[in-house]
Ligand binder design. Structure first.
Ligand SMILES: [Zn+2]
Length: 327
């Protein structure tokens, strides 16, 4: 396996010898030992060579690194359920990825990505890598895109964690919270900024967002709600009616743990209370792929026709939106 000519000096230190690139023989050996196509190995090795620091590698370690990066990419491609974030971090570090820069790039020049702690940044990057079209749709300014600016802050927003308003998504710091809490909160707010706007718009009349369960509201509020609906699509109305069914049976709703942003019970209560909150929450549950299992579990427990029909409508509505966002 020894190369015929002396290797030029370069970033690799392979088995004690410097090299800019692998010889075809070495490449073939890595490919054979990692059971990957030579072309794939070549790409991964090119990335490894981009790392500025010297990498003292043995052939064995290189084979392992190539395998690991490929496995990581495969996981990112399939994305759901969440891959081991440590594996992703190791894979990205091996590939020389600057996580903060990557996050800013995937979110159309978001600011303050450096404020996000490593593991949380890796997790959000993993989410966005799994659905790159979503980051572009959220932040892009072209037709069918949502033109949102994302700002990662250093300070904690103790009430909501993150806030979306007027095309600005401000994400506070989540010290000590799990990566899932961070990602779920981000995706929930991004759901207000995208899916909710797609379905029904930015601002809802109070009576639409929070229905009058006592039947005592009259006058202007009713007129405003009627006017609002006259300008909305049948699909929006259908989705809303589905929510009306599900909010009467809170046990049918899915409450996830969002750390300091809210316990599972609190997250269900918010969905019962407010249509906008329901939209953002089920969007987050769909985008992080926990909704299908939940719906199946509910249908095992409660097979009533109205609940079945309502969940089908909700899942269809979410899917219709997902189809408008490129992969
Ligand atoms: Zn919300």
């Amino acid at each position: 396996m020894e190369p015929k000519q002396p290797l030029p000096s370069g970033p690799f230190l392979l088995d004690g010898k410097r090299a800019d690139r692998l010889t075809p023989t070495q490449l073939a050996e890595v490919a054979a030992r990692s059971a990957l196509p030579v072309a794939t190995v070549g790409k991964i090795v090119d990335h490894l060579a981009d790392i500025e620091a010297e990498l003292p590698l043995t052939m064995e370690r290189l084979v392992e690194a190539v395998r690991q990066v490929d496995a990581t990419h495969a996981v990112v491609r399939s994305m759901y359920p969440f891959p081991s974030l440590d594996d992703l971090r190791i894979g990205w570090e091996l590939a020389g990825t600057d996580i903060a820069a990557e996050l800013e790039h995937r979110l159309g020049g978001a600011s303050g990505a450096g404020n996000v702690p490593g593991a949380q940044a890796v997790a959000l990057n993993a989410f966005l890598a799994g659905w790159p079209g979503f980051g572009r749709a959220l932040t892009g300014t072209g037709p069918g895109q949502y033109g949102v600016n994302v700002e990662f802050q250093r300070t904690v927003n103790r009430v909501q964690g993150a806030v979306y308003q007027d095309r600005l998504l401000r994400v506070g710091a989540f010290p000590g919270e799990t990566t899932l809490t961070f990602v779920r909160t981000f995706v929930h707010e991004a759901g207000h900024a995208t899916f909710q706007r797609y379905l029904i718009g930015d601002r809802l009349p109070m009576l639409v967002d929070q229905p009058d369960d006592t039947g005592t509201v009259t006058g202007d509020a009713r007129t405003e709600a009627a006017q609002f609906w006259s300008q909305r699509s049948p699909a929006a109305r259908e989705f809303y009616e589905a929510w009306m069914v599900l909010r009467r049976k809170p046990a049918c709703l899915l409450g996830l743990d969002l750390g300091f942003v809210g316990s599972p019970e609190k997250r269900v209560a918010r969905q019962v209370e407010s249509f906008a909150e329901f939209c953002a929450e089920v969007f987050m549950q769909m985008a992080t792929n926990v909704l299908p299992d939940h719906v199946l579990t509910v249908l095992d427990r409660d097979a009533s026709q109205d609940v079945l029909k309502a969940w089908i409508t909700v899942v269809r509505g979410l899917r219709a939106f997902a189809r408008t966002v490129e992969k």
